[in-house]
Design a protein around this ligand. Structure first.
Ligand code: GDP
Length: 337
């Protein structure tokens, strides 16, 4: 019989890629989206899978709502990808963020504990949990030092997942995914914002755009590959936590330089600090400027993950380097913008 999977947050980047991957594995998929705002299904449509899924509305803030879905379907695997996942926004709405990104996980685990402890549970943990990092390279044993309400909520979810695994013998596992990007990334995230902006400039539809801290460094992988690691973790005999990362780190400025090079935009950086600008040589005008309002109240300055445990246990390793990822993102943006 086909396995039944629940993916919370199916309309997001990871939900869409995971759904596509599990469909190929012949899973029946129930995906949930939040009730409140109008959900957008452009990612599921872009991947051509919208019609192959069952979509339900479910509020992670409401225990009864979750219970209803778990009574309606006999899930084998649950992937909890839903979250208020914008770091910046979490400073403005810390309580709502904690309620969904933090307590939402506990609500699902409580329902699993009460209804059926055989259900396997995957929690989307995040490299943001390492925050102001305590080791130059982060592994599964590196202590957390979160720097935002979002990251603190993710730490809560990570630890409660571990706690339910240890206390109730539930197959509960967490993937600590480092930043993972793709053409399906939300436009609020810096990589997609940069690609959208530069492609518009390339097409002469935009003159310039603004960024915050371009010296932050991130370990940037390809989301489509990262969802495979989620599934692999769920197929192991024992539930464990795994770092999923590339092991390389680049600044936002490096990312911009790779993108302008691929688009063959001839540019130069001038100025320092808030006055730094990226100039288009042909026009001698700035195409990227820095806006101090886009800096975060508390920043995570550098992340770099060590995924050797995943490589050994899951036979998972990243295949797409940043140059190739930039090409994938730009090629698709050129097609769809
Ligand atoms: P995060 O790592 O989950 O916070 O992913 P983001 O893509 O939102 O941010 C990555 C890094 O880019 C952070 O260090 C931000 O401070 C930095 N950054 C610089 N300018 C911007 C911007 O305009 N938007 C966003 N989202 N991030 C920016």
């Amino acid at each position: 019989m086909a396995k039944i999977a629940l993916i919370t947050g199916i309309s997001g980047q990871d939900g869409a890629y995971l759904a596509k991957f599990l469909l190929k594995k012949k899973y029946k998929i129930i995906g949930t989206v939040k009730k409140s705002s109008k959900s957008s299904y452009w990612r599921l449509e872009r991947l051509g899978i919208k019609k192959k899924l069952t979509i339900e509305k479910m509020d992670l803030g409401n225990l009864k709502d979750i219970d209803k879905i778990f009574k309606k379907y006999d899930f084998n695997e649950v992937y909890n990808l839903a979250a208020q996942s914008f770091v910046n926004k979490s400073f403005n709405i810390p309580i709502a963020t904690s309620n969904i990104t933090g307590l939402g996980t506990l609500r699902i685990l409580e329902i699993i504990k009460k209804n059926n402890r055989k259900i396997k549970f995957y929690q989307a943990s995040s490299s943001e949990m390492f925050g102001r990092v305590l080791n130059s390279e982060q592994s599964e044993t590196t202590p957390f030092n979160p720097q935002s309400p979002y990251a603190i909520s993710k730490v809560f979810s990570h630890l409660i997942t571990k706690n339910y695994r240890n206390s109730y013998k539930i197959f509960a596992t967490s993937g600590i995914l480092f930043n993972h990007e793709s053409p399906l990334r939300g436009k609020e995230y810096v990589t997609r914002k940069i690609i959208i902006g530069l492609v518009k400039i390339y097409k002469k539809k935009l003159k310039s755009f603004q960024l915050g801290n371009i010296y932050a460094k991130r370990d940037l992988g390809y989301a489509k590959e990262y969802v495979v690691a989620m599934w692999k973790m769920m197929q192991k005999k024992k539930p464990k936590d795994y770092i999923i990362s590339t092991g390389k780190t680049y600044s936002i400025k490096d990312f911009i330089n790779l993108a302008t090079a691929y688009l063959k935009l001839k540019t130069k950086w001038v100025g320092k600090g808030f006055n730094e600008k990226l100039i288009l040589k042909k026009t001698n005008r700035p195409i990227i400027t820095i806006n101090s309002n886009l800096f975060r109240p508390s920043e995570v300055s550098a992340l770099k993950g060590n995924s050797s445990k995943a490589k050994k246990d899951l036979k998972w390793s990243p295949k797409t380097n940043l140059k190739k990822l930039v090409k994938i993102m730009i090629d698709e943006e050129l097609l769809h913008s």
